[in-house]
Design a protein around this ligand. Structure first.
Ligand code: SF4
Length: 209
């Protein structure tokens, strides 16, 4: 009888090590990989429960010396800012033990402020040792954002833009958009140009984002 593969908290692709800390997300993007796949490569990213911070650290410890990782990235089948305190603690631990050899990045939908009201999210990230943020903007206006990302929060698009503005003050920021018919890629690029942040287009249903 075929057995389902054990869900992975850490997984890798090329030179990067990824951390899958949650499957929760306030969006329901129609293009989300979770709608089509169980995971990435041979890894199952559908968690049966959220791992504790100690469990995440133990998983990282088990693989950190496996390769000369270029980046360690918080990115899985959910939004990492759903678990800000956990992410900060893991960041601090990695920086304390391996800070000289790895860069830390979080891939996010940019709704950190909505998910963590009243927190100084960007400052806290910076203090914990986060180096980079990659934000999926995925739309050139609110109407399109609501159509393709189907957010739970009403002012999600505005809040993502606010997060990008604040994040660029302290962190290296990249903004991305998926190439789908509803999205005017040039207009998204124009938004990022005006904001002075890097922009990258992601192809729809590529193996990874
Ligand atoms: S924001 Fe990311 S994780 Fe959340 S539904 Fe969209 S693609 Fe999926």
């Amino acid at each position: 009888m075929a057995h389902k593969k054990k869900p992975s908290v850490v997984y890798w692709l090329g030179e990067n090590l990824y951390i899958n800390i949650t499957n929760n997300c306030p969006n329901n993007c129609y293009f989300c990989l979770r709608n089509f796949k169980e995971g990435v490569g041979s890894f199952n990213l559908k968690l049966e429960r959220e791992p504790s911070t100690a469990e995440i650290i133990a998983e990282i410890e088990g693989v950190i010396n496996k390769r000369n990782w270029r980046e360690i990235v918080f990115c899985g089948f959910g939004e990492p800012f759903e678990r800000l305190d956990c992410m900060l603690e893991v960041c601090r631990w990695i920086k304390r033990h391996y800070g000289k050899i790895v860069t830390l990045r979080v891939d996010t939908n940019g709704q950190a402020f909505l998910l963590n009201k009243g927190r100084e999210v960007v400052k806290e990230l910076k203090t914990a040792g986060m180096d980079k943020v990659s934000v999926s903007l995925n739309a050139h206006n609110k109407e399109t954002y609501n159509q393709v990302c189907r957010p739970t929060f009403e002012n999600a698009f505005e809040s993502v833009l606010e997060f990008i503005e604040k994040a660029k003050e302290l962190l290296e920021v990249e903004v991305t958009a998926v190439r789908i018919p509803e999205v005017d890629i040039q207009a998204v690029e124009e938004i990022t140009r005006k904001m002075g942040v890097k922009f990258r287009v992601r192809d729809y249903i590529q193996p990874f984002w």
